[in-house]
Design a protein around this ligand. Structure first.
Ligand code: SF4
Ligand code: SF4
Length: 442
């Protein structure tokens, strides 16, 4: 009798706790019931901070500015999303961006300035002037600035590298694999492959190239079946940070449908990569596409502007385009992303018709899109708005490619994290420098 009472009591406690736990998991978007999660009900707003809609009336004031110093480039990559015949002749000077930098410094303690182009080192003098101005403006206000640059690397020499290092400028470069892959699309204006220049930099500045530069590979039909080969090539060179970016039909590649990569081949590569990370084979090699997804799994804090809800475009992030327009993001030149001109007050640009229309995507995602009932919404945040516009001509859409990739990847991520032999969590923590973990040699 006593046993029965205690048993019944335990059962009821367990049932109550189970119910509470299940409710919390459901509300956090971690448990699916009948095809829905808590984030697709009204409760999502109260329970999942990462998915709360943000005020369209008063968006956050931007703290990151990407400066398109010039529309020109000394190379002519076949898939260049940035290329435009008119913009190719345009460039920016300090006076064009100084008012925006001052507004940002008046509102934030930490600014991020990204030098971009075209090829930004074609305007090295202006770059130095803007960096120096930003540093002064921030110092006057007790703020700090972090700088980064995306370059093709062709103008890197002792002087430029020394300047970049002196000012702790983070460097990003693109490479699409070994010469037989890279030189199909990354070519100069005479059609010559550019990998010779890339490999020369590794000979002359090996330490800088290995440890101070992060690399991006544009995924096209040319290399999508050979991404493991690309990863091995970079690892052999000693590269420590890598990311893949899916090709877009923009700019010079507006009509280059033959370059669209095969979705299944990319998913297969991502799953193999996940396995490489989980087995310990990729310790010491940061594959950022996996790490960024894991950031959202391990934390509700969304530091990556592209994986937060809503994304940073026109909110935390602004672009000063070479033609002196103010844009919400540089991932597309679609007219809907132009929110003003560089002479405008930032708040005015944010509340322009285009600025508000971009912000309204969040309601569509939360209420009407497939995302509203997708179990992965909490981690995915609805894919890139710019890619959605490129594919569908409207912000009320998702990037179909990225959506398919995430639906394939997230279940395997969780399966791996639940597996006691998986080292995925260790890979994540060591890559984010939260705990030292020894590599496994394969
Ligand atoms: S974009 Fe796709 S994977 Fe992401 S939340 Fe929406 S439906 Fe889910
Ligand atoms: S539009 Fe795309 S690239 Fe731009 S901030 Fe948003 S998610 Fe990132």
């Amino acid at each position: 009798m006593v046993e029965t009472t205690v048993g019944a009591l335990l059962q009821s406690v367990a049932a109550a706790e189970l119910k509470e736990t299940a409710t919390r998991l459901y509300n956090a978007g971690l448990l699916e019931v009948g095809g829905a999660t808590g984030i697709s009900s009204d409760m999502r707003v109260a329970q999942t901070p990462a998915l709360q809609p943000v005020s369209v009336e008063k968006p956050p004031f931007p703290s990151t500015l990407l400066i398109k110093l010039t529309g020109a480039c000394n190379w002519a990559c076949t898939y260049c999303y940035d290329y435009d015949r008119k913009r190719f002749r345009e460039s920016l000077e300090l006076g064009d961006v100084a008012p925006i930098i001052e507004q940002m410094a008046n509102n934030h303690k930490h600014l991020n300035i990204i030098f971009h182009g075209g090829e930004p080192l074609l305007r090295f003098k202006e770059l130095k002037a803007i960096l120096s101005f930003t540093t002064e403006v921030c110092a006057e206000r007790g703020a700090t600035a972090r700088f980064s640059i995306q370059t093709n690397g062709s103008f890197l020499d002792e002087e430029v590298i020394s300047f970049l290092q002196q000012h702790s400028v983070e460097v990003g470069m693109s490479i699409d694999g070994p010469s037989e892959l890279n030189d199909k699309n990354r070519i100069d204006h005479l059609g010559r492959g550019t990998s010779v220049q890339f490999e020369k930099l590794f000979e002359v500045f090996p330490d800088f190239m290995r440890s101070r530069v992060g690399y991006i590979t544009t995924v096209t039909s040319t290399n999508v079946h050979k991404l493991s080969q690309v990863a091995n090539y970079l690892r052999t060179l000693g590269v420590v940070s890598w990311k893949t970016a899916i090709f877009d039909m923009e700019g010079r590649a507006r009509n280059a449908s033959q370059l669209i990569p095969d979705l299944n081949a990319y998913i297969e590569f991502m799953l193999e990569s996940l396995e490489d990370c989980a087995s310990g084979r990729w310790f010491g090699f940061k594959y950022n596409n996996i790490l960024e997804l894991l950031d959202n799994v391990f934390s509700v804090r969304r530091s990556n502007m592209c994986l937060k809800f809503p994304c940073g475009a026109g909110r935390e992030f602004l672009v000063a385009a070479a033609d002196k327009t103010m844009m919400a993001c540089d991932a597309t030149y679609h007219p809907s992303f132009v929110i003003g001109t560089l002479g405008d007050e930032i708040a005015t640009a944010q509340s322009s018709a285009n600025g508000r229309a971009l912000s309204e995507r969040q309601d569509w995602l939360l209420n009407e899109a497939e995302c509203a009932s997708c179990p992965w919404f909490h981690y995915c945040a609805g894919t890139c708005m710019a890619k959605a516009v490129i594919q569908h001509g409207t912000v009320k859409a998702v990037d179909d490619f990225e959506c398919s990739v995430r639906k394939a990847i997230f279940p395997v991520v969780f399966e791996s994290l639940a597996n006691p032999t998986s080292r995925l969590r260790d890979y994540y923590l060591s890559s984010r420098r939260r705990s030292p973990v020894k590599a496994v040699t394969a």
